[in-house]
Design a protein around this ligand. Structure first.
Ligand code: HDE
Length: 714
């Protein structure tokens, strides 16, 4: 029996009310054909005799099979792998001086949202922990129409002009002859492209950093990337960049873990998002704005229209204006997560675009792609895509028209329908494009102000902590190590050297190569054949800011253990007292303790109580947890010592710099592991206070352990 649906606070929004009109609950209902006719057998086809051939007449078979044959639609050409959730956006303070958009003026509104997170390169079934950019697309169902903020978890993009997008994506996707590798950038074609397109280097170094392997979708930032405009009711414009800041801080796994997680649980991020929401631990982000007056457009060392550049927060602070909470999982993956269509062109009065050439191209692409992906122009009638604001116009017909427009006019102007649907004045809330002054020659080209490709990658690298820098060097070494073509690796080393000499040296050592001093210049093939190539050579890097702390994950929040998963290694006879003390202390702060035992089912503690096992050791892996705890109990620990995987479990937690704690006899498992020689490590605890363990988990990792960890084999 399906669960009875109770109305919870997270069900209370105009969007949820609207979606309910389209939901189908099969509870207690008879099976029917699509036409509503009751069916008495859905297991056997209609045959000419018991052992005879199947008859063409079998309309029940044909309806069932035809529907099945067409269950799949084309997956997204990029961002195919995704997970989504419903939620709400609430504004902290009105900002009428910047924008007249209702969502930014009414603090009493709870604007419904639907957010889809994604990886970019892999197919729909690819593993979650690929090294990749993450999509972070938000649909705001506002009272003035739907606004889509279709962003990523990195504040910049690979290319400066939409014209290059197919090249970028073709280079990173599996190679066309053998369709290898899946969901991975570590191959020749990608680096062939990157090494000839220096504008990619900034986004690329972010992908080499820990940002590309988040611990959770709930622990990553989001960015609108492009500079947009906000328009107030006087018609004045400000430039704006959008930021999502996660309440839980920004945290990542290491690359080695990512590789293992992909095998142990390919749905790691999807499951984590789903579970957190089901557990009532609702993911939250604050929305921040970087606002730049129009008059300051040319005040920066970079061009605000160039999507490969960020505005350091030290130069323009991020103003926090509201909070988004994801509080409801989709009812149906296909109907909602798969069929949702985000369009950067969906904006509302009070917001507008700029001339960023990447954004301009996106305004075309997203509507176009839905035509083949969702089958026609009526995709906005699919329940998840319907606005909550009423829509009326003279667009008609097409595949899958689900509305039934009344009347005999479908044109404007008309008199026969009283001029309806009628136009609205700006004062009545109509959209009006910002009147930007234009006086220019029509050219196919690129502004020279877009030519600095090294200053910001260098700023990013300088801003990272030592452990983050080490991860970046390892990532370049891994990725280039997977390339076969020496000339491509050599070009990459040359370019990395332009970003940072020390980084290039480390990568070259890892590859067993030299950093080339004098390869041919990184001729910018990203410009046209007739352009003045000399003029478009990338400039040497500048240093307009030594460091930007906001770029480093070492500067994020470390104050919460909420939703952190702690593995409790235990068998029959484990110490109930130890366990309960730890459980209460950690669960009070929102962590989730899970008992990992030699077998599934239940185990019995030393007080003869039964405890449900969350996972048998054979079915789980250390990399899926944030910390490990071993309670005492002689019998329990003896049983753990007999199964080598428990020792490996501890070794792996230690290797990946996580907090490890043991009480009483639990110490014997530590002594049997690689942790034995490191009991003084600041995130290893024997008979310590749960509070100390808790603080170490909140720190995410003890990165100081990295050098020691390298020596541990697992
Ligand atoms: Fe996209 N992108 N993109 N992109 N993008 C798509 O649209 C495209 C870009 C982003 O969860 C596609 O509906 C072009 C930047 C996200 O459904 C497609 C260019 C940013 C998603 C498309 C870009 C993004 C997409 C594929 C260069 C961050 C997933 C399916 C001009 C600001 C949305 C679809 C979802 C999806 C085109 C560049 C983010 C083909 C041509 C920059 C989060 O239309």
């Amino acid at each position: 029996m399906a669960k009875e649906t109770k109305k919870t606070p997270q069900d209370e929004s105009k969007k949820q009310d609207q979606l309910k009109n389209y939901q189908k609950d099969h509870t207690g209902k008879p099976l029917t054909t699509n036409q509503g006719m009751k069916v008495n057998d859905t297991n056997n086809s209609l045959k000419s005799g018991e052992r005879g051939s199947t008859l063409l007449e079998d309309f029940l078979l044909r309806e069932k099979i035809t529907s099945f044959d067409h269950e799949r639609i084309p997956e997204r050409i990029v961002h195919a792998r995704g997970s989504a959730a419903h939620g709400v956006f609430e504004l902290y303070e009105a900002i009428p001086e910047y924008t007249k958009a209702g969502i930014f003026n009414d603090t009493s509104r709870k604007t419904p949202v639907f957010v889809r997170f994604s990886t970019v390169a892999g197919s729909k079934g690819s593993p979650d922990l690929a090294r990749d950019v993450r999509g972070f697309a938000t649909k705001f169902y506002t009272e003035e129409g739907t606004w889509d903020l279709v962003g990523n978890n990195m504040p910049i993009f690979f290319i400066q002009d939409a014209m290059k997008f197919p090249d970028l994506i073709h280079s990173v996707k599996p190679e066309p002859n053998n369709e290898i590798p899946q969901a991975a950038s570590a191959h020749d074609t990608f680096y062939d492209f990157v090494s000839h397109t220096p504008e990619t280097l900034h986004n690329h170094i972010w992908v080499m950093s820990d940002r590309a392997i988040p611990r959770s979708l709930r622990m990553m930032e989001g960015f609108g990337i492009h500079t947009f405009r906000m328009i107030n009711d006087k018609g004045e414009a400000h430039f704006v960049k959008f930021h999502w800041k996660p309440i839980l801080g920004v945290h990542s796994v290491t690359w080695e873990e990512a590789v293992k997680i992909n095998g142990a649980d390919a749905d790691f991020h999807r499951r984590d998002l789903w579970d957190a929401i089901e557990d009532g631990q609702f993911p939250e982000w604050e929305l921040g704005l970087q606002i730049v007056p129009e008059a300051d457009e040319h005040k920066f060392d970079f061009d605000l229209l160039d999507p490969t550049k960020l505005i350091p927060e030290e130069m323009v602070p991020v103003k926090i204006v509201g909070k988004m909470t994801l509080n409801k999982n989709p009812e149906n993956f296909f109907a909602e997560t798969e069929q949702v269509a985000f369009l950067p062109g969906h904006i509302v009065p009070g917001l507008d675009f700029t001339n960023d050439p990447l954004l301009q191209g996106r305004l075309f692409s997203y509507r176009d792609t839905q035509l083949s992906r969702l089958g026609g122009p009526n995709f906005d009638q699919i329940p998840i895509n319907r606005p909550v604001a009423e829509s009326h116009n003279n667009q008609r017909d097409g595949h899958m028209q689900t509305n039934v427009p009344k009347g005999n006019t479908a044109y404007f102007p008309n008199s026969m329908s009283g001029g309806c649907p009628h136009l609205s004045k700006m004062s009545e809330g109509a959209f009006h494009s910002y009147e930007e002054r234009i006086d220019a020659k029509k050219i196919r080209g690129r502004s020279e102000s877009f030519n600095d490709h090294f200053s910001q990658p260098a700023l990013f690298y300088r801003s990272l902590s030592e452990w983050e820098q080490a991860h970046v060097a390892d990532a370049y070494t891994f990725e280039l190590g997977k390339c076969n073509q020496a000339h491509i690796k050599s070009r990459m080393l040359y370019l990395i050297n332009e970003i940072d000499g020390d980084l290039a040296k480390k990568v070259a050592d890892g590859l067993g190569m030299e950093v080339p001093k004098n390869i041919d210049q990184p001729v910018n093939q990203a410009i046209g054949a007739d352009a003045d190539v000399e003029k478009h050579q990338p400039r040497k890097k500048k240093n307009y800011l030594d460091k930007s702390t906001a770029l480093s994950q070492a500067e994020t929040k470390f104050d919460s253990i909420s939703t952190r998963k702690v593995a409790v290694l235990a068998a029959d006879g484990f110490d109930h007292n130890n366990y309960e003390k730890m459980r209460k202390a950690l669960e009070k702060k929102g962590a989730k303790l899970m008992i990992i035992a030699p077998h599934g089912g239940e185990i019995t503690c030393n007080e003869n109580k039964k405890h449900a096992v969350d996972a048998a050791i054979a079915t789980t892996e250390s990399v899926l947890f944030d910390a490990v705890y071993i309670p005492g109990g002689e019998k329990s620990v003896k049983a753990l010592l007999k199964v080598a995987k428990f020792t490996k479990f501890v070794n792996e937690a230690f290797k990946y710099c996580k907090a490890v704690a043991a009480d009483n006899e639990g110490e014997e498992l530590i002594d049997n592991s690689a942790v034995a020689d490191h009991k003084s490590d600041k995130a290893v605890f024997v008979n310590a206070k749960p509070d100390d363990f808790k603080k170490a988990i909140a720190q995410h990792r003890n990165w100081e352990r990295m050098k020691v960890a390298e020596t541990i084999a697992v």
